[in-house]
Design a protein around this ligand. Structure first.
Ligand code: LLP
Length: 434
């Protein structure tokens, strides 16, 4: 079994008569129509994940702000906008995407440590819900720009609670050693400064401690700190109305249990129930990861005497390489984080020639791999689906090796449509001047 039952039930794919489907659409048909590599999303699963999170916060006044960075494709944003989502952005570019997708600027929060003057001005003119401020210097800059533009900037301070989210070090954000947020010690003083500033409207407090978090404890440690800060501010007659708990809810990539969102929601309701605060969250991965797959075709098989069994310790025996047409420029997570993504054959075949393969791309880097040590029965020309690719897949893709970015397809019921055409070489060269 190349994919655990836990993962299989967490994803949008199902086998029907030996062929892999997303909702009612055959992945083989999509690859024939659109070519490969191609990202394929289930719109139904995107919506269901959103509804699960929304339901978890029950009767608390709340707003979901989808973290655009997880997948910023317009059709994905539009899907969430139509469900009433707000958006968490980290650049002016992401704000433009939200607006282009029909998102409401009133429910946009702007996070990130490096907001430029142009980005702040754009957000002020657009009239976003809140700036999640990450430093004293940024607070001063936002105040100055608000004054110049004759606006009042709504702000929250993003607190760095120095809590270990127990996740991959590259995606932990709430430790003192991380660049994000304002330390508790500095927060009180900054709130007082902001409260006295006529260019600023102090709305709330925000926090985001990391990504792919599997256990809720660190999130509640952070929440307790935010509540204690809110109380200290109330003692000084600074009343916050909003609390932003960030994102980070983990999903199943292999056999990890996905984050228990209902149990988390119940505890949040218990903690916050009587306070009358508006709660906001900034989920990215939870909404999109398992709603997407990356379809790729096997170009060449290059068996080199690798083991018949999955066994990393026998690498010196040689390796069997399957060279596929997707690469690290399409899906960077394996190269960047040694991330594990499930791989399934689009057409099941019952060949007994199952071997241990490394799936690698055409890019000229040894780090260009998508999966290692997978027991698969492969032939050249086979189509494969790389699972859990809906978050931080297309949005992290690049043109490395002058490869065109992949096409993207949205499935809804039995139908599908191309929501991003495959990039052309002309698209790539059009920004350059000889
Ligand atoms: N809010 C803020 C301020 C963030 O920085 C992030 C993610 C999120 C929300 C959404 O977190 P999520 O719910 O998706 O875990 N490229 C990495 C993940 C980087 C996450 C960066 N920040 C990956 O592929 O695993």
């Amino acid at each position: 079994m190349t994919v655990t039952p836990e993962l299989f039930s967490a994803t949008a794919v199902k086998y029907r008569n030996g062929e892999l489907y997303v909702e009612g659409a055959s992945l083989g048909n999509i690859a024939d129509a659109v070519g490969t590599p191609v990202y394929v999303y289930s719109q139904e699963m995107l919506k269901n994940q959103y509804r699960k999170l929304d339901a978890a916060l029950g009767s608390l006044p709340h707003q979901l702000h989808y973290a655009v960075k997880a997948n910023s494709t317009l059709a994905v944003l539009k899907t969430f906008a139509e469900l009433g989502a707000g958006f968490d952005i980290v650049s002016g570019g992401e704000l433009s995407r939200v607006l282009a997708a029909g998102g409401n600027p009133d429910s946009v929060v702007f996070s990130g440590v490096g907001k430029s003057v142009e980005e702040i001005d754009f957000a002020l003119k657009t009239g976003i819900e809140c700036f999640n401020v990450e430093s004293n210097s940024e607070l001063i800059r936002i105040s100055q720009r608000a004054e110049v533009l004759g606006k009042i900037a709504p702000i929250a301070l993003r607190i760095n609670p120095n809590v270990d989210p127990k996740t991959h070090p590259y995606i932990s954000t709430g430790l003192k050693e991380n660049k994000f947020g304002i330390l508790q010690e500095a927060a009180l003083g900054l709130y007082q400064q902001a409260d006295a500033d006529p260019n600023l409207h102090v709305r709330g407090v925000a926090c985001h401690i990391g990504s792919q978090i599997s256990a809720p404890e660190p999130l509640f440690d952070a929440l307790d700190q935010l509540l204690s800060l809110i109380d200290q501010l109330a003692d000084r007659e600074i009343q916050l109305t909003d609390i932003d708990l960030g994102g980070g809810f983990g999903v199943t990539y292999q056999d990890e249990a996905s984050f228990d969102i209902d149990a988390w929601g119940d505890r949040v309701v218990e903690h916050l129930g009587p306070r009358g605060l508006t709660v906001s969250i900034e989920p990215g991965r939870f909404l999109t990861a398992n709603a997407g797959v990356l379809l790729t075709r096997v170009e060449y098989l290059k068996p080199s005497g690798g083991p018949a069994q999955a066994n990393e310790s026998h690498a010196d025996e040689g390796k069997n390489f399957a060279i596929v047409d997707a690469a690290m420029n399409d899906l960077l997570r394996p190269s960047l984080y040694q991330a594990w993504h499930g791989v399934l054959a689009v057409q099941e075949h019952s060949s007994s020639d199952t071997r241990c393969w490394d799936l690698v791309g055409p890019i000229c880097e040894s780090g260009d791999w998508l999966a290692k040590n997978r027991m698969l029965s492969l032939a050249e020309g086979d189509l494969l689906a790389i699972l859990s690719a809906g978050a931080y897949g297309s949005s992290l893709s690049s043109n490395y090796n002058t490869r065109n970015r992949a096409a993207e397809v949205m499935v809804s019921g039995d139908g599908f449509r191309v929501v991003r055409r495959r990039e052309s070489l002309q698209d790539q060269l059009s920004t350059e001047i000889l």
